[in-house]
Design a binder for this molecule. Structure first.
Ligand SMILES: [Zn+2]
Length: 244
């Protein structure tokens, strides 16, 4: 650390200026844990050691637990399904996912993908995954948020499983109604979530892992699965960041 300026051929005064700049940045934008919002130590990244220990991991995939799979019973054919965390209101996971979706903390996504991908790559059930597909955002939502919050998650899982990441297959065609509209059109249920299939050939005869942030009723994933089944001979599994 002391010799950093020497390695990069900075002069000592340049180094001092960089050091001062970094100190200022740390002063005004201190690194905080994305889960508990406490300050991070220098050797911690993204999530503090204490939260890494306290986050409510499910271990569903490690224990052959079919809790997530059961969501789809009688609704859609799914090979395997899992979620990294249990989602609890006002808990650490809610804080993490809120940061990811609404505060622009995009790098939470690959962090969680590395975590889950690292676990799935040694499991037989996930060895034959050919492609990872994210649940898509409507293009207006993508524009306002700036990123699909499951993209980094999906890409890291794809790299852990040696699978391809395909975001040009499943497209969302209508915007989810606002809360007031939802109330007004309560009887529509989830029919406002419409997805279409593009480039169907690219998933023929493949085992797809569909990824999403939080699974609650499973309605969104079910809608995606029914569209994906329009392609020839596809098998579908599901992996989410958290299960509510
Ligand atoms: Zn923390």
């Amino acid at each position: 650390m002391i010799n950093t300026y020497f390695l990069f051929k900075f002069t000592e005064s340049q180094f001092n200026r960089i050091f001062m700049f970094k100190s200022l940045v740390n002063l005004f934008f201190p690194k905080v844990c994305y889960a508990c919002l406490n300050h991070l130590n220098d050797n911690e990244e993204m999530v503090c050691v204490s939260c890494r220990h306290d986050l409510p991991i499910t271990n569903f995939h490690l224990n052959d637990d079919d809790t997530v799979l059961k969501v789809f019973y009688g609704r859609a054919k799914v090979e395997n399904a899992t979620a990294l965390f249990r989602f609890e209101k006002k808990g650490l996971v809610q804080q993490l996912i809120h940061g990811l979706k609404y505060k622009g903390y995009e790098n939470i996504s690959p962090f969680l993908g590395d975590w889950l991908g690292g676990e799935l790559k040694s499991l037989e059930d996930y060895q034959n995954i050919d492609a990872i597909l994210p649940v898509p955002l409507h293009k207006n939502k993508l524009r306002s948020r700036g990123y699909n919050q499951v993209e980094g998650f999906g890409k890291q899982i794809a790299s852990a499983l040696n699978a391809e990441y395909l975001n040009n297959v499943l497209l969302k065609v209508t915007n989810t109604a606002s809360q007031t509209d939802k109330k007004r059109f309560a009887r529509w249920n989830h029919s406002e979530e419409l997805f279409t299939l593009e480039n169907a050939k690219s998933i023929e005869n493949k085992h797809i892992l569909l990824v999403d942030d939080i699974i609650t009723t499973g309605a969104t994933l079910e809608a995606c699965i029914s569209v994906l089944n329009q392609a020839k001979n596809v098998k579908i599994s599901v992996a989410c960041m958290a299960m509510a």
